[in-house]
Each structure stands twice: as structure tokens, then as C-alpha cells.
Ligand binder design. Structure first.
Ligand code: AVJ
Length: 320
């Protein structure tokens, strides 16, 4: 189930998305409809997320970057130089690229479900860092994490920044971290960025920005779903809705039907009442102690962590 997109080409296999319709159909058919947040990332979705990262309201990217800026040298000493850097959800690869001078990876493996976008980013990086061996993998790592033999097994440093972990439920996160731990060998590690719980106003603004970029990002999932299962969702008939569910410790994004409508897709369809919602994303916010516990439950040890002055975000290195 690997789709290798090394752009320059040695190995290309068709994407195995046979499971995609089943998962989507199950979610869309459920009484409380849902779409997995991974489907937010088609080529346009990745670009819209890039734009989100520039928004004044969206603090996580900047806050994480400030931690790497301030503690980068120390983080690199702890993580070790010359590793195989495996970037999960690499997107535009900008975060890893900023760390190249510090981490000096021997090999860089960028993994992202948004393969077309990833390919372009990687082409760019290859020009800028000709001495680093690079591989791009267009694959969905949410359910399984299988790396091809071309990924060196020694000294793997998994990089999972940006609080992508927040899109998993804590149970899914535990299972995912166990799989990462399993791919670490006995000399690897994980460098992870996690968003921390904070005041409601800050969180809600981050997921409902004034320009409506997050709204566009959320609505774009419908265009992607239309292509994946031949559906006829009309984005104009839906509105972005997000809120902080403090008891659950997460920000939720939904799409809300503006009016009663019927949507059809290959082999099915359903109607949505006015005001009915499709849950498209949960973004869990952790307490630092809970994040460390999660990592330890997955079999990591010797965790070291760094945070910003406001304690809004944390970067943790965990040793295998
Ligand atoms: C990329 C999953 C970390 O949850 O904050 C941004 C995605 N969603 N705005 C997040 C996102 C809405 C983002 N992650």
C-alpha cells in the first residue's frame, strides 16, 4: 500500500486507494456524519493549510518555529546528527528544511498523503540541499506505517511537528506512536511538536480566522470528496463551524448544511437537514504531562521537552 513518489522516479506504484471509498462511505453514511481530516489534504488543501500557517490567528506554526529557533542547537544535540530523518506529514517540507543545517541528516524521507504537493516541495529541496539523499513517499500513515527498504534502518529520527498528532484521538495517537516506536529500532527517536491546552478565545480564533481561510480549507474537503467518490456536494450549501470542546480537550471543525439537501455519490447518497453537520476534524490540545505519558505508554523513554514563554506549544524529543 505504498505509493512512492520519488518524483525523479525510480519507483512509482499506483496509489492503493481501494480502501478510501469504504472509509469515506462509512463516515458519510453514519447518523453523525464524518470525514477523516486526512482528506483535507489534496493539492489545494495543502496550499490552503500553508496559507493558514501565515494567519495572525493561527499561532501553532509560529510558536513551534520560535521554540526551534531558540533551542534548535540543544534539540539537535539531544536528537543527534547524521540520522535518517523521517518527516511524517511533511507538507511543504519547510520545517524539516530549516532544521537541516542543525540536524545534518544523512537521508531525508518525506511522507505525506498529499503526494503531488509533496513532490513539488521535494524537487525544490533537492536543488537547495544536493548533498542530502531524499525520498518522497505519498502515503497515508494513519492506519499503518510501512517504510520501503530504501529507508535506512539505522538511527531513524521520526519528525512529527505541527501538532499533527492532535488529529488522532488519544487512543489512535497511542496506537500510532506504538507503530512509530516499532520503526525506531533501538537507536532511533521521535521529535514531535504538540499544541497545548490554553484559553478558549485563542483556540477558537485560530480555527475561525477573520479572512475565512480556515473556512475555505474546511469546505475544500467537499471538492476532494467529490473527486474521490464521484459525489455532488455543493460547497456553497455548507458553512464552516468550529468550536473548542473543553471537556473533550479538542477543537472541532464541522461543515454545517445551510439548507435541506440531497447529495449523491457512486452507489449511494443521502439527504442532510438544514443545520445538520459533518464532523471533519478534531484537533486535540494536550497538557505537557499527558503528552509525555502518551509517549512513555508507547515505549519511548528519556523524553526531553522545550516550550515557549507562554507555554502554548511544546516540542518533545523521545528516545527509543
Ligand atoms: C495540521 C492538524 C495540526 O489541527 O491545527 C489548521 C490543521 N485545521 N486549521 C490543526 C488545521 C484547521 C492542523 N494540523
Amino acid at each position: 500500500n505504498l505509493m512512492l513518489t520519488t518524483c525523479t522516479s525510480e519507483t512509482r506504484r499506483p496509489p492503493d486507494n481501494a480502501h478510501v471509498p469504504a472509509e469515506l462511505l462509512a463516515g458519510l453514511g453514519a447518523r453523525d456524519a464524518w470525514i477523516s481530516p486526512k482528506f483535507l489534504y489534496d493539492a489545494l488543501g495543502s496550499k490552503l493549510f500553508e496559507a493558514i500557517c501565515e494567519l495572525p490567528e493561527y499561532y501553532p506554526t509560529r510558536t513551534e518555529a520560535s521554540i526551534f529557533e531558540r533551542y534548535g542547537a540543544e534539540i539537535a544535540r539531544v536528537a543527534g546528527l547524521g540520522a535518517t530523518l523521517v518527516d511524517l506529514g511533511a507538507g511543504n517540507c519547510a520545517k524539516a528544511a530549516k532544521l537541516f543545517p542543525l540536524l545534518q541528516p544523512a537521508q531525508y524521507v518525506a511522507v505525506d498523503i498529499s503526494s503531488e504537493f509533496l513532490c513539488e516541495a521535494l524537487e525544490n529541496l533537492r536543488q537547495r540541499f544536493a548533498h542530502i539523499e531524499m525520498t518522497g513517499l505519498g502515503l497515508d500513515f494513519s492506519e499503518r506505517l510501512e517504510l520501503p527498504p530504501s529507508v535506512r534502518a539505522q538511527r531513524r529520527l521520526f519528525f512529527f511537528p505541527g501538532s499533527s498528532i492532535g488529529n488522532f484521538t488519544p487512543e489512535q495517537a497511542r496506537a500510532f506512536l506504538l507503530r512509530v516506536r516499532g520503526q525506531c529500532g533501538d537507536d532511533g527517536g521521535l521529535l514531535i511538536g504538540i499544541d497545548l491546552a490554553k484559553d478558549r478565545a485563542t483556540l477558537q480564533a485560530a480555527y475561525d480566522d477573520a479572512l475565512g481561510v480556515t473556512a475555505a480549507f474546511n469546505l475544500n474537503v467537499l471538492r476532494h470528496v467529490n473527486r474521490l467518490i464521484g459525489a455532488d456536494f455543493d460547497p456553497r450549501q455548507w458553512r464552516h463551524h468550529s468550536f473548542y470542546h473543553e471537556a473533550q480537550g479538542r477543537v472541532e471543525m464541522h461543515l454545517e448544511a445551510r439548507r435541506l439537501q440531497t447529495v449523491r455519490w457512486q452507489g449511494g447518497g443521502r439527504s442532510f437537514r438544514a443545520g445538520e453537520r459533518i464532523h471533519t476534524e478534531s484537533s486535540y490540545k494536550y497538557r505537557q504531562a499527558d503528552a509525555v505519558r502518551l509517549l512513555e505508554q508507547a515505549g519511548f523513554e528519556a523524553t526531553r521537552m522545550w516550550t515557549d514563554a507562554r507555554h502554548w506549544f511544546t516540542v518533545i524529543h523521545a528516545q527509543a
